[in-house]
Design a protein around this ligand. Structure first.
Ligand code: ATP
Ligand code: ZN
Length: 677
């Protein structure tokens, strides 16, 4: 093959692949899936060879030569290219924009120093080949059944592992993994978790259990060098377990035999910018393509997965009880804030419960999904409030840093000494964030060890891990935190959870808000009572401060009744014609003025209006987004719906082609299966 044409996907917004001539040495024979260095405009970039042919439609004199092919790296397997191809088509993005970001940056450099070094390093890494795990606890009957079902599944087998909080789902995954590793001498397993701060816990578990097996981890906070090494270990089939966050779904895993998605309901499986993919959905597709089992685990499954389990499309595996003997689900109690008026954000009843835990040396957790000191400051004399100048949002008070900060555009300013409009010096914080609750707690319980965990307190790399370690060691009496503390953690000494301000989400316009709120509250409640009740210790309880104790969502929470709640929500969705009974895509536009954004969406709507009726597609009216302005741009959205996914896909394909031809200066993007409406 002295002369050939390489068809190459490049990371550009252009919907095209590019032809290059190859006349390199015989020894460097390129293959589909190889990375290649090519000139592109004034730069040299790395792309992926997606096809090789003898001729090109590009005129001979316009064809450029590919500069190098990275033959030292095994080509990306066809199944990986198919995955990237599917994601590109489904989410309506160019192939290169999907495929290349899935490859570590160090592989996309014009030199191969980093690559060669990583290959050498991995070649020297000796790993045991002993998949026999150590120290596996004895499973209870339900766990054993689930582990056997997963470990023994053949072909495409989607399963929902529905197990109450603390039911030992992790143990089920580990033992199912052990079965697969033992049966498949080269097999690889992909385990996805929603957040980086959950990986160290599980990583430690996996390493301890499978000392003879190479584990690779993939998440966004790895340094480039490490990412390269881990990615390569997966790509070369050396790493037999790959643990990662959503981006790991795009890892190259030539011997993939099982996919596990822990906390599958978690919103962080959805990427919210660029390629707006759902790692969970791609995982199910990948399992289908490879004809392998995939297990989705949760105590509060997403309605999509629940719906599939109810209809029999997914096999449901159930764990009804907590794994640790005598550990029971906490008693959930509603505290009516109309009767027990909170002082400093906390009711008498919750304060008393906190005091009791302190006396007994047990841990408590307060959950408030709002960071900062106060969400806004205001002037009581003239009504001024701390609006962000660039966003439809308030500037949040961060008292310790003497700053107001917008959580959307990061604008910062010093706390004004007096009101900018009337000069009044008495500016008041309104409402409460985690910092303010922390301050109050220190005042009420001066002897207690109090720790706050939120995005502000854990900015420094590694600090989240340190904080969680402190809690696990038992060096914290009261933990206060945002959703960061709600998920997955196995806090062994916790017997009280206080939920501070959940009501606002009850009245959101987003139909998914109640699903999300319920899952979040069930999850945070599930952090309590995970070990046997200590002799003379308190029974674990969850106190929910609310003004709406009659609300059915809270009723279901008190009864720990996910089934009925999910059933009712699904019935509502069915009646209203909403997902999962309907498929959606959201076109968003942003411009310095709202009218421009709306105008673009209107034009986008008009260009397809006539074609939609026959296909059963509904194009709604463009509307401003609920948070209209962010960083000086106004944002609007247009929702497209159809009861048929293929019909919607066909429509989107045609529509996107027309929109690209419009060459509008308005910035726009499409999200398929949007989660925030
Ligand atoms: N068979 C078992 N015997 C004894 N303890 C067990 C068993 N299986 C699991 N455990 C323990 O039960 C606790 C809870 O397990 P795990 O964290 O896996 O629960 P989970 O189902 O993932 O809960 P969540 O949904 O709340 O994250 C852990 O401390 C674990 O070590
Ligand atoms: Zn702002």
């Amino acid at each position: 093959m002295p002369h050939c044409i390489l068809r190459i996907a490049l990371d550009t917004p252009l919907h095209a692949v590019f032809d290059y001539r190859w006349s390199g040495a015989e020894a460097e024979r390129p293959q589909v899936g190889h990375l290649a260095l090519v000139p592109f405009g004034t730069r040299e970039v790395v792309g992926i060879i997606v096809a090789i042919s003898e001729a090109s439609e590009v005129a001979e004199e316009k064809l450029k030569d590919a500069l190098a092919v990275r033959t030292q790296l095994a080509p990306l397997p066809a199944q990986w290219l198919a995955l990237a191809g599917f994601a590109a088509e489904y989410y309506q993005r160019p192939l290169g924009e999907v495929a290349l970001p899935g490859v570590p940056k160090n592989l996309r450099l014009s030199t191969t120093v980093a690559l060669d070094r990583a290959i050498k390093k991995l070649a020297k890494t000796t790993i045991g080949h002993d998949p026999v795990p150590v120290g596996m606890p004895v499973l209870n009957a339900e766990q054993q059944q689930a582990a056997d079902a997963i470990g023994g599944a053949e072909g495409f087998a989607p399963m929902l592992l529905y197990g109450v909080t603390g039911s030992g789902k992790t143990e089920v995954y580990l033992q199912a993994c052990a079965q697969v590793l033992a049966r498949e001498p080269d097999g690889q397993i992909l385990v996805l978790v929603p957040e980086i701060n959950l990986t160290p816990q599980l990583e430690g578990n996996i390493r301890a259990r499978f000392p003879g097996v190479m584990l690779a981890t993939l998440h966004s906070s790895l340094a480039e060098g490490e990412r390269m090494l881990h990615w390569l270990a997966a790509h070369q089939g050396q790493a037999r377990i790959v643990l990662g966050t959503r981006l790991a779904i795009l890892a190259s895993l030539p011997q993939l035999k099982l996919i596990v998605i822990d906390e599958e309901h978690d919103p962080s499986y959805k990427q919210q910018e660029g390629l707006r993919y759902s790692a969970r959905d791609l995982a199910v597709w990948r399992a289908w393509q490879l004809k392998i089992p995939v297990v989705l685990g949760s105590a509060t499954p997403s309605l999509e997965s629940w719906h599939h389990a109810q209809s029999g499309r997914y096999r449901k595996l159930e764990l009804r009880e907590r794994a640790v003997k005598q550990a029971v689900l906490p008693a959930v109690k509603l505290v009516n804030m109309e009767h027990d008026k909170p002082d400093g954000g906390v009711t008498m009843q919750l304060k008393a419960a906190l005091r009791q835990r302190l006396e007994r040396g047990e841990q408590s957790l307060l959950f408030l999904n709002r960071r900062g000191y106060a969400p806004v400051i205001c002037c009581e004399a003239c009504g001024w409030v701390s609006d962000c100048q660039r966003c439809t949002a308030f500037m949040v008070l961060h008292k310790g840093e003497f700053k107001l900060r917008c959580h959307h555009c990061s604008l910062e300013m010093r706390i004004p000494r007096h009101c900018p409009t009337c000069g009044n010096v008495d500016l008041q914080p309104l409402g409460r964030g985690t910092q303010r609750i922390e301050e109050n707690l220190r005042e009420w319980f001066p002897a207690a060890r109090i720790l706050r965990i939120d995005a502000d307190s854990t900015r420094r790399k590694g600090s989240a891990q340190e904080a969680f370690d402190t809690v696990h060691r038992g060096d914290v009496d009261i933990l206060i935190g945002t959703q960061m503390v709600a998920k997955g953690h196995d806090f062994k000494k916790l017997t009280l959870v206080g939920i501070l301000n959940p009501d606002t989400a009850l009245f959101s316009q987003d139909y998914r808000a109640s699903e999300r709120l319920f899952a979040q509250l069930m999850q945070v409640a599930g952090r309590a009572g995970r070990t046997a009740q200590a002799e003379g210790g308190s029974a674990s309880e969850v106190l929910v401060q609310t003004r709406y104790p009659e609300h059915p969502l809270y009723g279901a929470l008190v009864r720990h009744d996910y089934d009925r709640f999910a059933g009712a929500l699904l019935a509502e969705r069915g009646q209203a014609g909403l997902p999962p009974y309907l498929y959606q895509a959201m076109l968003r536009a942003e411009a310095p003025e709202l009218a421009k954004a709306i105008g673009f969406l209107q034009a986008a709507r008009d260009c397809m209006q006539a074609d939609t009726i026959a296909e059963g597609i509904t194009i709604n009216e463009p509307i401003p987004m609920s948070m209209t302005r962010v960083y000086n741009v106004d944002r609007a959205q247009l929702l497209v719906e159809s009861p048929s996914r293929p019909a919607l896909q066909a429509f989107l394909k045609e529509w996107m082609a027309r929109l690209r031809d419009m060459k509008s200066r308005v910035k726009w993007s499409l999200e398929v299966d949007p989660v925030d409406i």
